[in-house]
Design a protein around this ligand. Structure first.
Ligand code: HEM
Length: 475
């Protein structure tokens, strides 16, 4: 691999061909133009000004931002071997350690192989009843006319779903504490990733960062307790945690740490994303009453007042289209970043090793070339014919290539079942005056939560079956 000095020399000698972009270093722009805390504004500006590909420098680092399906495919699929996760992803190791999202090469391959059976097509249907059970608990807890922060409810709901389905564990007692600790960390995240030597600082614990360490300890305590309980019970349910335990070498501090990293990664990846997708969906439905009406009509027609089940999912097509359109406008994973190992070519451009490549679902999903009238909420964009007409890699909420989301099928089923179960009985309206703004943290959260008014659907109060507690926990 070329040294920094060699790279500089090549650059000066014109070996590389950079795309158009900022002439000044981004630090200047960050100070003059953009709030550094909102990178989406920067990405949108780059796409609006330079089009499909833009280049800038941050200090001595080359960065390219891509906004065209051909370039995106090159990086995620065709030249994927040349890229590893970029620095801000690497820095999530402060929380996630070396789990599937942050690991690379052989370690990543091994972790993915161990987890894969839990996400296999044949396993997914088993999870459906636990998902619906958890949604019914929430549904029966809501009261007509009350105001709730739906973002909090969705976080607790999806956290319980992941705990029950993948880890065969009941975390209802701990859900508040866990979600609270994760919120603390999320709140500090944007500050932490900008901080030089943050990894070292969290060990030193200056005031301000102590909260991060405390929150991480609370999360670790729950994770280690879950692992220990599984060991004690010699659980052999075939859950993801069983698979991870079976693959762990002899007990040692390193293997315990590695288990912890793998568990916390799946937890975080598996509940935050779905919870955000659902919060944004309830919001969008509340703003588009015609779509909401079609959503309710489909649930009533297909379920006839029954509790939804796995077999219903393919029939709830409009519900799935609503979810797809919601993740177009508010993709929970709003950007991805890669770091080039070697020099590489993108179209007519030739770029040096160590270039960072950024891609934003948020920006590409709102490009009018791919989605006309992009700000309009229109689930019809996802009828099969419309999907077939669109170029691949214009819509990629779950990424693509070797690092594509392992939980994609799980997430689609969960999203559809939870929306249908809750929508059977309730209609949600945004509390007047509540401010709604996306906040790009590790995932795209509603910055001020999502305060909504819960209204019983006329004639739907009859749907009040209690959760089926006789059914064993799935997985
Ligand atoms: C709406 C829900 C979800 C969205 C939008 C989403 C999105 C993504 C994206 C974009 C990636 C690729 C990240 C990258 O390449 O940098 C990813 C990876 C991953 N996701 Fe998801 N995800 C969702 C749900 C889930 C669920 C339910 C689980 C597990 C239960 C999960 C587990 C993972 C894991 C472990 C990875 C890392 C895969 C790897 O690197 O091999 N995700 N997800």
């Amino acid at each position: 691999m070329a040294t920094a000095a060699q790279n500089d020399l090549r650059e000066r000698s014109g070996r590389y061909h950079f795309p158009p972009g900022f002439q000044r270093n981004l630090l200047w722009f960050a100070l003059h133009k953009f709030r550094p805390a909102n990178p989406i504004l920067l990405f949108q500006h780059l796409a609006d000004t330079y089009g499909d590909i833009a280049h800038y420098k941050l200090a001595w680092n080359h960065i390219v931002f891509l906004n065209h399906p051909d370039y995106i495919r090159e990086v995620l699929v065709v030249q994927n071997d040349n890229f590893i996760k970029e620095r801000t992803v690497q820095r999530t190791k402060m929380l996630l350690g070396e789990g599937m999202i942050t690991s690379e090469g052989e370690q990543h391959r091994r972790q993915r192989q161990v987890a894969q059976p839990a996400f296999h097509r044949q396993r997914i249907p088993e999870y459906a009843s636990a998902m619906v059970d958890e949604a019914i608990r929430v549904r029966e807890n809501w009261r007509d006319g009350e105001q709730r922060d739906i973002a909090v409810d969705m976080m607790h709901l999806t956290l319980n779903v992941v705990a029950r389905t993948l880890f065969a564990t009941d975390l209802r007692e701990e859900a508040h504490e866990l979600a609270d600790a994760i919120n603390r960390i999320m709140g500090l995240y944007n500050f932490l990733v900008m901080l030089p030597a943050a990894e070292w600082l969290v060990h030193v614990r200056p005031p301000g960062l102590a909260a991060f360490v405390r929150a991480r300890k609370r999360i670790d305590a729950v994770v280690y307790r879950t692992i220990e309980a599984h060991r004690r019970e010699r659980s052999n349910s075939g859950s993801l945690l069983d698979l991870m335990l079976a693959a762990a070498p002899e007990r040692s501090p390193a293997s315990e740490q590695s288990l912890r990293d793998q568990v916390i990664t799946i937890f975080l990846a598996g509940y935050e994303t779905v919870a955000n997708a659902l919060s944004w969906t309830w919001y969008l439905l509340s703003q588009n009453r015609e779509c909401e009406h079609r959503f309710h009509a489909e649930i009533d027609r297909e379920l006839q007042g029954r509790q939804p089940a796995f077999e219903d999912v393919p029939r709830l097509r409009y519900t799935e289209m609503v979810l797809a359109e919601s993740m177009r406008l508010y993709p929970p994973a709003w950007a991805m970043g890669w770091y080039a190992r070697n020099d590489f070519r993108l179209g007519e451009f030739f770029l040096p090793a160590k270039t960072t490549v950024l891609i934003s679902q948020f920006v590409t999903h709102r490009d009018p070339r791919f989605f006309p009238d992009p700000l309009r909420f229109d689930p019809e964009r996802f009828i099969p014919e419309a999907k077939a007409r669109r170029a691949k890699f214009t819509y990629f909420p779950f990424g693509a290539g070797t690092r594509q989301c392992i939980g994609e099928s799980f997430a689609w089923m969960e999203g559809v079942l939870l929306l249908a179960t809750l929508g059977q009985k309730w209609k949600l309206a945004l509390v007047p005056g509540h401010r709604v703004e996306p906040e790009p943290l590790i995932t795209l959260r509603p910055k001020y939560g999502m305060r909504m008014l819960i209204e019983a659907r006329p004639g739907r109060n009859a749907i009040s079956e209690p959760p089926d507690t006789t059914r064993p926990h799935v997985a």
